[in-house]
Design a protein around this ligand. Structure first.
Ligand code: UN1
Length: 510
């Protein structure tokens, strides 16, 4: 396949690198990457050893000492070059994302576009790492704060956005003067290797040290756990399930490390009687079935006013009827496969639980077989009627299952249902009523990190801070001032007078 060749992916790939020099460990086992699109073996990757990890950290420490002295706008220049290289490789890399992970081609390319966008953003940000200047209470004193790089940032990513989430972290960390070690999901290591191949010549031609952007492919229970416990990594950014994140947060907190957690979502759309259905239906369908329901931002619940319940139900069920499910590499298809057979099992178990708990499936629920579906990972997207209180509705099932939940009366009843889950990532309201929209966005409205009006819950732009509250973990990545999470803040007081007035007017005669 041409795109594999272009990205330097071989049949057998080394698992860890420091951006230039590839390690040669072959005795720790390997990951066979099977595409969920066709069930075929794409390539395999050797797992890294503990020694590889040690070398990587040592190389990264050395790189940090050099990189932190590079002026931030010059770091931005390197990020600009990365963005340009990604532009050249957008088609091939996006295609690999699609083939390895199973999201549609359009979404694969869109994911690479998000990487390019964050490079542009980070380039600009590299000239704006601003602290504040504060008026001192003491005469002839200057008080200000500034931001310094942290060191090595560990980046642990999930399979569903195998490259974009890394770039949100890595590009921002890079302009902040940090180096990073990336542990991708073991379900999608090839896209990570492709990125190392894209970065390596940039690092070399700019005479930058190895270890600026590193990759380690290893087991979570082994390499991942070592990273969480490693004092030499002052910050770890983790995207994954709440279960994984809770454990990681505890381990990192025990050593007083910093963490950025981007965990599960249970995102809902409220539809009031004043919703514009022409906008809402495509918004809902994309947010619910895009990436086969495997986005953190996927819409999982629709909270529907009883007066429009039947009408909206019929419209969405009808829209689902026209969805084409099949190979993500065929642009005619709307929805590709789930990531693997384990995910299919989770989908089936969730549906079983839903029915046991009193839910009613309106459409979908099948695992597809036959021509084009040989991988066993294709399912039909589900719309079901449910109550918000069902245990299964309270959980994030990473699959295209959409629950319709009825509300009556005022908007506050819908908001109560909306917020009555443990997760708090993304949320939306569809309404043409200004009061309703503003109430949803107010401090007694949505309790999520992302709250939208008249668009769905997914498809957040990189310019805003991305992340959520409650069990979503509270972290923020990507745009706005998320860069502050990748730096340490220092408050500085300078006395340029000839006396030393003590704070709070204290006299201390000696
Ligand atoms: C994720 O699912 O982890 O908002 C990230 C979106 C994408 C990012 C999703 N821009 O849907």
């Amino acid at each position: 396949m041409k795109f594999l060749e272009k990205l330097g992916i071989k049949a057998k790939n080394q698992g860890s690198s420091t951006g230039l020099k590839w390690n040669s460990t072959c005795d720790q086992g390997e990951i066979n990457v099977i595409s969920p699109a066709d069930g075929k073996l794409l390539a395999s990757v050797y797992l890294a050893s503990k020694d590889d990890y040690e070398n990587l950290v040592e190389t990264s420490q050395k790189a940090f000492k050099i990189w932190r002295k590079v002026p931030a706008p010059k770091r931005g220049e390197i990020v600009r070059q990365i963005g340009n290289e990604l532009r050249k490789n957008k088609n091939a890399l996006g295609t690999l994302v699609s083939y390895e992970m199973g999201k549609s081609l359009q979404e694969g390319w869109g994911e690479v576009q998000e990487m390019i966008d964050i490079c542009d953003f980070a380039l600009g940000q590299s000239r704006q790492l601003c602290g504040s200047t504060i008026h001192s209470e003491r005469e002839s004193h200057r008080l200000y704060d500034q931001y310094h790089p942290l060191g090595i940032v560990g980046i642990i990513t999930a399979f569903n956005f195998p490259v974009a989430v890394w770039s949100w972290n890595a590009m921002i960390a890079a302009i902040c003067g940090d180096v990073n070690i990336w542990k991708p999901s073991s379900k999608t290591p090839l896209t990570a290797i492709a990125i190392q191949n894209i970065l390596a010549p940039i690092i070399k031609s700019n005479n930058l040290p190895e270890g600026l952007f590193s990759l380690i492919v290893g087991r979570g229970s082994d390499v991942g756990e070592t990273m969480l416990n490693d004092q030499r990594l002052p910050l770890i950014s983790i995207t994954g399930s709440t279960r994984v994140g809770r454990h990681a947060a505890e381990v990192i907190a025990r050593r007083f490390g910093k963490s950025i957690l981007e965990l599960g979502g249970n995102n809902a759309i409220i539809m009031t009687p004043e919703a514009n259905l022409k906008l809402a239906v495509p918004g809902i369908v994309f947010s619910a079935v895009g990436t086969a329901g495997q986005r953190c931002t996927t819409t999982r619940r629709i909270i529907l006013h009883e007066s429009i319940y039947d009408q909206v139900k019929d419209l969405i069920v009808k829209a689902y009827g026209s969805l084409k499910i099949g190979s993500p590499l065929d642009e005619a298809n709307h929805m590709g496969p789930l990531i693997d057979k384990g995910a299919v099992k989770d989908y089936q178990n969730a549906l079983k639980a839903l029915v046991e708990q009193g839910g009613k499936i309106l459409t979908g629920g099948e695992v597809l077989e036959g021509d084009g579906y040989e991988s066993g990972c294709y399912v039909t997207p589900v719309i079901a009627e449910a109550e918000n209180s069902y245990p299964i509705v309270q959980e994030e099932t990473f699959a295209p299952i959409l629950y319709l939940i009825r509300y009556s009366g005022e908007l506050e009843n819908a908001i109560k249902l909306h917020n009555d889950v443990v997760q708090g990532l993304s949320s939306s309201i569809f309404t043409d009523n200004l009061q309703e929209a503003e109430e949803f966005l107010s401090h007694w409205g949505s309790d999520c990190g992302i709250a939208n009006v008249n668009i769905g819950t997914s498809g957040a732009e990189i310019g805003g801070a991305f992340g959520g509250e409650k069990e979503t973990g509270g972290g923020r990545e990507s745009g706005s001032d998320a860069w502050k999470g990748y730096m340490r803040r220092q408050t500085n007081t300078i006395n340029y007078g000839r006396t030393i007035p003590l704070a709070q007017g204290i006299k201390f005669d000696i």
